[in-house]
Design a protein around this ligand. Structure first.
Ligand code: PLP
Ligand code: TYF
Length: 395
């Protein structure tokens, strides 16, 4: 069974974390995995989350099974958080899932069962796991142009042109906001253009929204998804609470399907539970209970909003500082795009050798495609970082 087995290729983002942990240099900087970090490099539990946990500890009396749909009040609250008033909530099927990844996988499994011939179109570039998740359920994937690494900008015209050639009934995966890895998002006009194109070509959007609240704000970050929901008859969405609630390890997410009417939505939910049952039976309860407790309580909700706003402002402040530091050190505006990106990630145009050089000579850990987690960069190190990157590019 095992004698001929080769080790699988490593996930470059997770592997980088291992290298960082093994590096004894005190001043090293981890810009790898996407977790929010404060100035001290810590990822503390949010105040509102702690308060909700205390409340659960005091009031919960049982750990009975939650069922394959998970917590229905959580799933209903997530529809409001993600879709707002863009659609009648009765048209949305929703199921609590283990993280955004669990939601993606349940929806992929659902698609493989109902539309096995479809191609899933992914942005180039995208999160590495996307292709692997659809491949795991036997769906074909293809890429549409999304981001120009040389010019550090969106390729919206090329994106539209490629999607016009997709077959009717194909699926188009979109990042709801804070695109991973580029930080480049569509603006409102582009979302509207895209909605028209998807409608005209009979393509089904699949929105992965893993960073709601990290870009412009909770409602602002859902704007693209809501435009699609208003204009298209059907849509899939995978939402994650890992980042915006800081619940990474608890595995909280939600799989949602916008249907044409409540009857079809009920069927979609029932179909998703079949996939959940064979994948993991039922989702873990604790994290979703925390999220529900916060979303249903005015005081906790207000506190969570202000914590999220502080995180967002910190990241946006770092982006401005970073762009300014590069402008001062380089005398050009080549890095101005860093200030205009959203969420945690942006891409630097560096060769593999330069990325390796950053690690060995400066202790700066950058993902192999040049992705940096802006939140991993302490404000006190931003100027040094810009100078180090420019020195590496000159070497
Ligand atoms: N989708 C994207 C684009 C991501 O970057 C991530 C990573 O964190 C996820 C989905 C899944 O997040 P999780 O499964 O940790 O909730
Ligand atoms: O892109 C990131 O850094 C996050 C976290 O296999 C992550 O999405 C990275 C790799 C992975 C799982 C999660």
């Amino acid at each position: 069974l095992l004698a001929a087995l080769q080790p699988p290729p490593a996930d470059p983002i997770l592997a980088l974390g291992g290298l960082f942990a093994a590096d004894p240099r005190p001043g090293r900087i981890d810009l790898g995995i996407g977790i929010y970090k404060d100035e001290a490099g810590a990822t503390p539990i949010m105040r509102s989350v702690k308060a909700a946990e205390h409340r659960l500890l005091d009031t919960r009396t049982t750990k009975r099974y939650v069922g394959a749909r998970g917590d229905r009040q959580f799933a209903a609250a997530m529809i409001d958080l993600v879709f707002g008033t863009a659609t009648d909530s009765g048209r949305v099927a929703s199921l609590q899932a283990p993280g955004g990844t669990g939601a993606l996988r349940v929806l992929a499994q659902f698609l493989a069962a109902v539309r096995p011939e479809a191609t899933v179109w992914l942005p180039d570039p995208t999160w590495l796991n996307h292709e692997a998740i659809f491949a795991a359920v036997g769906l074909k994937t293809a890429y549409y142009p999304y981001y120009d690494r040389e010019r550090s900008e969106l390729r919206f015209d090329a994106l539209c042109e490629r999607l016009r050639s997709a077959a009717p009934g194909d699926i188009v995966l979109l990042h709801g906001c804070c695109h991973n890895p580029s930080g480049a998002d569509l603006d409102e006009a582009q979302w509207r253009t895209l909605a028209g194109l998807l409608l005209e070509r009979d393509l089904i959007p699949f929105v992965d929204i893993a960073y709601q609240g990290f870009g412009r704000g909770l409602d602002e970050d859902a704007l693209g998804l809501r435009i699609l929901a208003e204009q298209l008859p059907e849509l899939l969405a995978a939402s994650s609470c890992s980042k915006n609630f800081g619940l990474y390890s608890e595995r909280v997410g939600c799989a949602m399907v916008l249907a044409r009417n409540p009857r079809e939505a009920e069927i979609a939910t029932a179909r998703m539970t079949v996939h959940a049952r064979t994948l993991y039976s039922m989702p873990p309860d604790h994290g979703a209970a925390i999220v529900r407790t916060i979303l249903e309580d005015d005081a906790l909700l207000t506190d969570w909003h202000s914590e999220l706003e502080a995180i967002r402002e910190d990241m946006n402040g770092k982006r401005l500082h970073l762009a300014k530091a590069f402008r001062q050190a380089s005398g050009t505006d080549e890095f101005g795009y860093l200030a205009h990106g959203f969420g945690m990630f942006s891409l630097l145009t560096l060769s593999p050798a330069q990325i390796e050089h950053a690690r060995s000579a400066f202790g700066i850990y950058i993902v192999e495609d040049g992705r940096i987690n802006v939140a991993g960069l302490p404000t006190s190190r931003i100027d040094d970082f810009a100078e180090a990157i420019l020195a590496i590019r000159k070497a």
